[in-house]
Design a protein around this ligand. Sequence first.
Ligand code: MN
Length: 243
Amino acid sequence: MKVSRKSFVKSAAILAGATLLNTHKTEAQITAALVNLENDFALPPLGYNYDALEPFIDKLTMEIHYSKHHQAYVNKLNDAKAKITSWNYKTLNDVLENINDIPKDLQGAIRNNAGGHYNHSLFWSLLKTNTIPSEKLVKLISENFESMENFKTLFTKAAMGIFGSGWVWLIKQDGKLKIVSTPNQDNPLMTGIAKDLGTPMIALDIWEHAYYLKYQNKRADYVTAFWSVLNWEKVEELLVNSR
Ligand code: MN
C-alpha cells in the first residue's frame, strides 16, 4: 500500500507519542505501522536487539515479553476491534481516552488489550542503556520531588506497593509531575477508569512476566536495574512534547 508523503506526515503527527516511539525506524517501517493502524493494530518495531539491555534486562525476557506477550495484546485487541461495527477511533490514544464509549460486552477486552498495546509500546521506547538526565530534567524532577534521589525512592516505593500486576508511572498532571500506579493494563490516559489522569513520562511494567526469569521474587532488584536502562532522552522528549 502506498501512502502519500502529505498523509504520512499528517498521520505521523497524529500518532506522535503512541506508535512512533523508536528512533531507529525507517520511514518504510513507520509507514507500514501507520497503514496498519488505520486497519489493524500492529506490533511496533523494537528498535534494538533483544540482548541490548543485558545484564539489566535479559535477552530471553525481552524476546518473550515483546514477541509473545505484547503480540498477544495486539492480536486480542484486533479480535475485539473486529467485533465492533462502529469503530471510529483514529489513534490508540483516542481508544484509551474513550474506553467508556465501547460497547459493554467488549469493553473489558479493549481496555485490557489496548492498554497492553499502549503500555508496552511506550515501555520499549523508554529502555536504553547509558543515558543520563539533562540538567533541565534533573532540575524539574528536583522541583517536584525534592531531589532525583528522592524521586527514585518514591518511584521504587510505588513499584513495591503494587499488589499483583500493574504499572508504575511518572505522569504530568495539571503541569505537575506525579508518581502513580495502575492495576493490570490500565494507564493514566483512561478517562473514567484511572484514578489519576495525566500524560505518561515514565512507565515501568510490574507484571511478573517482565522480570521473573532473571529476578524471580526480587522485584526491588528489577526496579534498581530499571534505573540503568531508563532512556532519559525519551523521558525528556515526552516532557517537551507534553501539554
Ligand atoms: Mn508486560
